[in-house]
Design a protein around this ligand. Structure first.
Ligand code: C5P
Length: 228
């Protein structure tokens, strides 16, 4: 336990347990250096300072729980109430963090540590559809490139881009809905909204942001650093 345990209505889960192999570093992606501190520091700091977030749970890479706790302490992030060991997939990591959220929580936000540049406007935007009766909300951006399905190095088809968008995080859900979605099979889920949709939930889209770029390669890291 890191923080004072200020249990409130809105919880934020940070999925930070990925290995980040494509970054080619000697440490997990969440601990790659960004502007002189670990990538994970941005998400912890920004969620901790948010007016809409009451408590935070971090899903840390296996073996990196202690450094994650120390990081939260260094940042004086008092809303971080737990740091759990992540799982083999993103969905398993989120499930481990979700297990720490008390029944009293009303809204759960889930964020990728790999998208460090979230701000208050992103979080506030997500709450609007929830107040209007949706089960969840995801930020999306238009797909700029032409999309092709390929097999064995050759194009099978060009996918109609009409109506296609790219989903980002943070995503927000009614707590009960997210729990129900995670009660089932989580295999193959690359985001939480996908699980909520699969469970029959209604997920609204809100405006995403190019700056919510997911850091995958060293070039992404350099780009995000230039935006800091
Ligand atoms: O691998 P990718 O960057 O797509 O992962 C998205 C987010 O999910 C990252 O923030 C990563 O740390 C997290 N993740 C996780 N547990 C895993 C795999 C990914 O928390 N086993």
């Amino acid at each position: 336990m890191v923080g004072s345990g200020d249990v409130g209505a809105t919880w934020a889960l940070i999925a930070a347990a990925g290995s980040g192999e494509r970054l080619g570093m000697d440490r997990p992606k969440a601990f790659a250096a960004l502007g002189g501190r670990p990538l994970l520091a941005e998400s912890i700091d920004r969620l901790d300072r948010s007016e809409v977030v009451d408590a935070i749970v971090v899903a840390a890479p296996p073996g990196w729980e202690e450094p994650s706790i120390l990081l939260a302490e260094e940042l004086a992030a008092s809303k971080v109430v737990a740091c759990v060991t992540g799982g083999a997939t993103r969905a398993e990591s989120v499930a481990a963090a979700l297990a720490e959220v008390p029944e009293a929580a009303l809204v759960i936000m889930v964020h990728d540590a790999a998208r460090p540049l979230l701000d208050e406007a992103h979080l506030e935007r997500l709450l609007v559809p929830l107040a209007e009766g949706y089960d969840g909300a995801v930020p999306v951006v238009p797909v700029a490139d032409t999309l092709k399905r390929v097999r064995d190095g050759a194009v099978v088809e060009t996918v109609d881009r009409e109506g296609l968008v790219a989903a980002q995080t943070p995503q927000a859900f009614l707590a009960a809905t997210l729990r129900r979605a995670f009660a089932g099979d989580v295999d193959g889920a690359t985001d939480c909204a996908g699980l909520v949709e699969r469970a029959g939930g209604r997920v609204a889209v809100v405006e995403g942001d190019a700056r919510l770029l997911k850091v995958t390669t060293p070039a992404d890291l350099a780009l995000v650093e230039s935006w800091l």
